[in-house]
Design a protein around this ligand. Sequence first.
Ligand SMILES: Cc1cc2nc3c(=O)[nH]c(=O)nc-3n(C[C@H](O)[C@H](O)[C@H](O)COP(=O)(O)OP(=O)(O)OC[C@H]3O[C@@H](n4cnc5c(N)ncnc54)[C@H](O)[C@@H]3O)c2cc1C
Length: 482
Amino acid sequence: MHRRHKGFNDGLNENRPYASVPTASASRTFPCTPIMTANRRVAVIGAGASGLSAARALRQEGHSVAVFERAAGIGGTWIYSTVVESDHLNTDPNRKIVHSSLYDSLRTNLPRESMGFFDYPFVAVAGEEDCRRFPGHREVLRYLEDFARESGLYGLIRFGVEVVRVEMEGEGRWAVVSRRVVGGGGGGADESEVFDGVVVCVGHYTEPRVAEIPGIDSWPGKQMHSHNYRVPEPFQGQVVVIIGSAASATDISKDIAGLAKEVHIASRSAPGGTPMKDPAHANIFTHSMIVKAFADGTVLFQDGSSAFVDVIMHCTGYKYHFPFLKTNGIVNVDDNRVGPLYKHVFPPLLAPYLSFIGLTTKIIPFPMFQLQSKWIAGVLSGRIVLPTQEEMMEDVKNLYSEMQSAGWPKRYTHNIENYHFEYANWLAGECGHPQVEEWRKLMYYANRKNRAAKPDRYRDEWDDDDLVKEAYEHFKNIFIST
Ligand SMILES: Cc1cc2nc3c(=O)[nH]c(=O)nc-3n(C[C@H](O)[C@H](O)[C@H](O)COP(=O)(O)OP(=O)(O)OC[C@H]3O[C@@H](n4cnc5c(N)ncnc54)[C@H](O)[C@@H]3O)c2cc1C
């Protein structure tokens, strides 16, 4: 009990509303149907970090909650599995899905102080094996398990149950059809239940996006997506091309470089000139994009160089995917834009009964999930008022047209890097939560700078100890006040 900090209290036993209840701004009106009922029956789909935070906030608000989780445990992405999908490019729609994309060596790319939930700091447990500031994935899973247990969430979760259909039956009435997953492969009978609201928390790092490469059909090598990468041993002595430049591409290229003969990174953001040798790894070369793959096994890069390649690994990201969601076209995924969604959470025409948590990227995920969860919980109870449908649609349209004017592709709709903290603080304002702590913001930027300067060492060498100290001072106050 209370492993992470003494006297932890998540407020589940307190039936009082938040001390400061935001009032609706003058321009706001109730949606068509005023929300009069405080307690709703809400289905949460997924028991990863976002589903757990949703369940907790909904329960704190007084709603009755059922969490559907197709896995046998909580944690979603953070449940590492040595199993990979049978189809390594994940193109077969009938393949058996493996949810997590974690590789064995993965350590967090955010410092633990900034990564944790606002009121449940991600501090190390004295004497446990991984007390590092950037811990391995197993420590994150332990943290989430502690969070779920100490928040009393396990009893709300139906493990091994997959949601196969979510369909609106009438305003505020959702049929949730689920199926017990037998031995991980399906086979149970469908069961249908009606809920007042549905919160979708299924993550978005499971359905891979794959790069298109001219000539690939006749290229004889092996292709895979990073979703199926676990350990470097299979790449012993091989020449590997990694497509991408995000965190996974950087980590995996270094993980593999110790055993592979050569690692070639093909990155859209790399300059077009000659290939660049990594200063810390003699066998890692960065190129601009691939021009073509040939039947003799070679791959030609835009910089004019070529290599005889054994494996092409696509570290090219993922697609939002909600195969269970039937909204008659009200919510769509178009080039990785899930929409229309007001503030990345509510489809205006279905709000507040349908909502999404965790779609935004380039953020600090857990605290963001918490703010979105509190907002949804408060809106569902009627304590927080949404703008009208028209106003919400207008807001969405403004975002889309700003993106279009800036030449920002649709697929970056939920990349909120440029307004991450403004967005978080807006949510905080809506639900009466304190603004994001200054130390957390500064730490986020300090880490980003350090990562760019020391891509190989940022997890073990940093110079923001003053912020770490400030964070722990802040945590002490949390422990004292709870
Ligand atoms: C390689 C990698 C590294 C990352 N590193 C970091 C990091 O260092 N720090 C950080 O803060 N974040 C990191 N992230 C982001 C990470 O995704 C978030 O931290 C967070 O775990 C996302 O939580 P989630 O609950 O939204 O989704 P998930 O963790 O993916 O959970 C979704 C859950 O929904 C369940 N589910 C899906 N469909 C259904 C269905 N139909 N029925 C029932 N259940 C269903 C799944 O089984 C799963 O348990 C990383 C992500 C990846 C992929």
